[in-house]
Design a binder for this molecule. Structure first.
Ligand code: SF4
Length: 206
């Protein structure tokens, strides 16, 4: 089960979920709904799904509300993962109830509007590493980004690292996988096939 929270603190070029934050193109009244924590927990627990992925947008913008939500799901036996862009440090109250953080720091090509200080928050990345419950995932567009990921790996001791082809079209993902897998293995990283893209597909231009 996926819970997708609205709003984001970044504005990446090529974002595949702009309806969560880009109000110049999407009407928030049509693309978001307000739920209380109790309503959302009750809805999620109505499903038999044992894995709950909370994503966004940037879910940690709503961290005070996430704590009781995740605690409720965890108490009911659900495995809870939170996907984040890594710019907001997780509070201890959130780390104790969350099973896994999937942290995806945005690389330089995320957009000219994003300066490094917006994309990379050293204190937040250090907090994710220190909590011991995080993996670091990067969608890769070209070879040059591998060195950028390696710099982040070295600077913040990021581990484990997962890389995957950028894009949502199955043809794009499959075409990029061969070179990326080989390069990643040489660096000791894990490779994701971006299964959701292979199953769901997407416009070839993305
Ligand atoms: S951080 Fe994620 S959700 Fe936010 S703009 Fe970038 S790609 Fe989109």
């Amino acid at each position: 089960m996926i819970i997708r929270l609205s709003r984001c603190n970044l504005a990446c070029v090529g974002c595949d979920v702009p309806h969560t934050w880009d109000w110049s193109r999407f009407d928030p009244r049509l693309h978001s709904r307000r739920f209380s924590v109790d309503e959302l927990a009750s809805w999620a627990l109505g499903s038999s799904a044992q894995l709950v992925v909370i994503t966004g947008g940037e879910p940690l913008l709503q961290q005070p509300q996430l704590v009781p939500l995740v605690r409720c799901l965890a108490n009911a036996g659900r495995w809870v993962e939170i996907e984040t862009n890594g710019t907001c440090a997780p509070e201890p109250a959130l780390t104790v109830v969350t099973d896994l953080f999937v942290v995806s720091p945005r690389l330089a090509n995320a957009g000219a509007r994003l300066v490094p200080a917006q994309r990379i928050n050293p204190a937040a990345l250090e907090a994710f590493v220190a909590c011991g419950q995080a993996v670091f995932a990067f969608a890769v567009r070209d070879h040059s980004e591998l060195d950028e990921i390696a710099e982040l790996e070295q600077q913040f001791a990021l581990a484990p690292i997962w890389v995957m082809p950028a894009g949502t079209a199955a043809t794009t993902v499959l075409a990029e996988l061969s070179w990326l897998a080989e390069a990643a293995v040489l660096r000791g990283w894990h490779v994701s096939t971006r299964l959701q893209s292979l199953l769901r597909g997407g416009p070839a231009s993305q």
